[in-house]
Design a protein around this ligand. Structure first.
Ligand SMILES: Nc1ncnc2c1ncn2[C@@H]1O[C@H](COP(=O)(O)OP(=O)(O)OP(=O)(O)O)[C@@H](O)[C@H]1O
Length: 408
């Protein structure tokens, strides 16, 4: 975990602190940060395996890195840029997040169209040929509106239900937009669960601006049959198409949140080999959170262990191997076992001293008080203040907003 080219680390996390917001979009007052004092630095070409028990915070960290949760810009930098605030990082494909969501192709019921007014005119529902990725885990939706004309120089990614394209500087040229609706909005009366009959070929070729050789190689590595119909495909086949689409752009930083669960042994092995090659040949950086250690013995360059949202260990693989003569899986198992034993001991002590065994979570509540004090509390909980509509880069745009949005 050294510095990348020119001494600038590719991924730099400094004293990251983060709390999920309560129902009103603010971190509940008095809540303990879920991620705290987390620092990590990764250079070009490094492959980092992120390990930890269930609920340790791996997905949260990856999503923060992927710009899906807003934190103070200086807490997380990718190529010296804030992943949340600098939306060009993700829209360019330089930073790619591949999560464990399943790809389901859907037709959209009734999106909040009154809010969509690119080029000064309403987009009619029928004109939006959509490819939707529905996230089974959190029921949020991503709608990719295909690019029809010129793409604007910066394709903003939005995460707010109150999105207004007319608020964006590039609205006049906007034909490709990534919209992300949060659960409350997507499911507030919108019927969205119709699967569509679409071929793997159409999905993969639908991603524009891809180098044909790269696409062909990925199709080969993932052994995709382009004639697969997505509505009839198996989970593993669907996953392969999802992974292929996620890797089509030559990413510089890839965040993988256990995406190999449905893959067969061969597909997983071939994918891991391909990813390693991407790091070695192109200098890509990968962070991979997983519980599956099959085929990983010599895959990572570094291993990072997180427990209760805190960094426990960040070591080069050789160091991990020097520390233990067990396999990587057994080594990690021993860390997790120790952590669980310590948790149990702590709970026992709490019980014995008359305290509840588990600390009561702070319930989300409406934040009251004057805006300045709220802003300070928001900052203290690892959040930058946001604003109600778009999330165009620029810290000043985020001051004192109630839009502490989650990009799903
Ligand atoms: N949207 C959310 N709102 C509030 N809390 C959340 C949210 N998502 C996750 N959490 C909590 O954050 C903690 C960390 O979750 P996270 O998904 O990051 O863990 P993880 O290490 O990826 O776990 P796993 O190995 O089970 O996938 C958990 O206690 C979880 O309940």
């Amino acid at each position: 975990m050294t510095s990348g080219a020119g001494g600038v680390p590719v991924v730099e996390i400094k004293n990251l602190r983060f709390t999920y917001p309560g129902i009103d979009g603010h971190p509940p007052p008095g809540s303990t940060p879920l991620i705290d004092e987390f620092s990590l630095s990764l250079a070009a070409g490094e492959r980092c395996l992120l390990v930890g028990s269930n609920g340790a915070g791996k997905t949260t960290i990856l999503k923060i890195l992927g710009g899906k949760h807003m934190v103070e810009p200086e807490m997380v930098q990718i190529f010296g840029r804030s992943a949340f605030h600098d939306t060009a990082l993700t829209s360019s494909g330089d930073l790619s997040y591949l999560g464990g969501e399943k790809v389901i192709t859907l037709t959209l019921g009734v999106p909040p169209l009154p809010t969509l007014r690119p080029c000064g005119r309403k987009i009619k529902h029928g004109l939006i040929r959509t490819q939707l990725l529905a996230f089974s885990s959190n029921l949020s939706l991503r709608l990719l509106v295909p690019q029809k004309r010129r793409a604007p120089p910066h394709l903003p990614a939005y995460s707010s239900a109150t999105l207004r394209l007319s608020d964006t500087p590039s609205a006049s040229a906007l034909f490709r937009v990534v919209l992300l609706w949060r659960r409350e909005v997507a499911f507030a009366g919108f019927e969205v669960s119709i699967q569509m009959d679409i071929s793997a070929e159409k999905m993969i070729n639908g991603v524009s601006g891809i180098e044909p050789n790269r696409r062909d190689e990925l199709i080969k590595v993932l052994d995709i049959d382009l004639s697969w119909r997505m509505h009839k495909a198996s989970d593993g086949q669907r996953r392969r198409v999802q992974i292929c689409m996620g890797l089509l752009k030559p990413f510089k930083v890839l965040l993988l949140d256990e995406i190999t669960v449905d893959l067969d042994v061969l597909a997983r092995a071939d994918l891991l080999r391909y990813l390693k090659k991407e790091c070695e040949e192109r200098g890509a950086t990968i962070i991979y959170a997983t519980h599956i250690f099959d085929g990983l013995e010599d895959w990572p360059t570094h291993v990072v262990y997180v427990a209760h949202g805190k960094l426990q260990l960040a070591l080069p693989l050789e160091k991990v191997k020097q520390m233990s003569n067990l396999s990587l899986m057994r080594t990690v198992e021993s860390w997790l076992r120790k952590e669980r034993d310590e948790d149990r001991r702590r709970r026992k002590e709490r019980k014995e001293s008359g305290l509840p065994e588990f600390e009561k979570p702070v319930k989300g509540s409406r934040v009251t008080g004057d805006p300045a004090r709220i802003a300070i509390r928001v900052m203290n909980n690892g959040w930058a203040a946001g604003r109600l509509n778009s999330t165009v880069a620029g810290e000043e745009n985020f001051f004192l907003s109630s839009n502490r949005v989650l990009r799903q």
